[in-house]
Design a protein around this ligand. Structure first.
Ligand SMILES: C[S@@+](CC[C@H](N)C(=O)[O-])C[C@H]1O[C@@H](n2cnc3c(N)ncnc32)[C@H](O)[C@@H]1O
Length: 213
């Protein structure tokens, strides 16, 4: 079966997504989260990107992560399953209510802390360094989030940014502000000498940047 959460915002051929869905034995809790997203037309990073994040957490020993744009905790679920404690920032109080309801009683709930407010404000109120950050907020704020996150990312830490292919618009170069912001973000992560980056064409495009040690 193809997955509603991936179908909502994926550049990947639906037939390929369906094949991947057949291969994976997954936690039925994800079906619940994805059905909730489909019912509310809520964009998620998707299962493939989530699984990649989980694997990165396990490979990279990521224990503390911050999410700029947490929604109600779908992407945080994968960080938590990969062994990280996640602090997420979400500006919409409605989504925090959904997070509390959907994750009530779930064993990974204790690893996920979503705080309400502007992501940049919430980040400034935290202290200490992070092993990884996820950028999944308003696209025009990616550059600012990168600016504030980099100094507090430990050497070898990861910056993961979703939607960097933006349904193909970053490749085609359309003129709207979100696309332009993402084009600038993509150029920057390949030019910044502090970072090694790759863009993986999974979901809606996932940029993974490692801060040099
Ligand atoms: C694509 S959804 C996030 C989904 C989540 N990362 C996931 O995959 O489960 C983006 C979320 O970021 C929130 N958001 C956008 N800009 C924000 C900002 N500047 N501060 C806090 N939240 C923001 C939106 O309200 C929305 O819930």
């Amino acid at each position: 079966m193809s997955l509603p959460a991936d179908k909502l915002s994926s550049i990947v051929d639906p037939e390929i997504l369906a094949y991947l869905g057949v291969l994976e034995a997954e936690d039925p809790f994800l079906d619940t989260l994805e059905a909730h997203a489909a019912a509310h037309h809520f964009p998620l990073i998707g299962r493939q990107s989530g699984r990649l994040i989980e694997l990165l957490c396990r490979i990279g020993g990521i224990r503390r992560a911050f999410e700029f744009g947490a929604g109600w905790g779908y992407s945080a679920f994968f960080f938590a399953r990969g062994g990280a404690q996640v602090i997420g920032a979400e500006r919409d109080p409605w989504e925090l209510e959904h997070h509390a309801r959907l994750f009530a009683g779930h064993p990974l709930k204790a690893s996920i802390h979503i705080l309400q407010g502007s992501a940049l404000d919430v980040f400034e109120k935290t202290s200490g360094d992070f092993d990884a950050v996820l950028l999944d907020l308003h696209k025009e704020d990616y550059a600012m989030a990168l600016d504030v996150a980099l100094p507090r990312l430990r050497p070898g830490g990861l910056i993961v940014a979703d939607n960097v292919l933006w349904g193909g618009r970053t490749a085609r170069g359309s003129g709207d502000p979100s696309t332009q912001a993402l084009i600038a973000y993509n150029q920057r992560i390949f030019r910044d000498p502090r970072l090694s980056s790759v863009i993986v064409p999974v979901g809606d495009g996932l940029a993974i940047s490692r801060k040099h040690g």
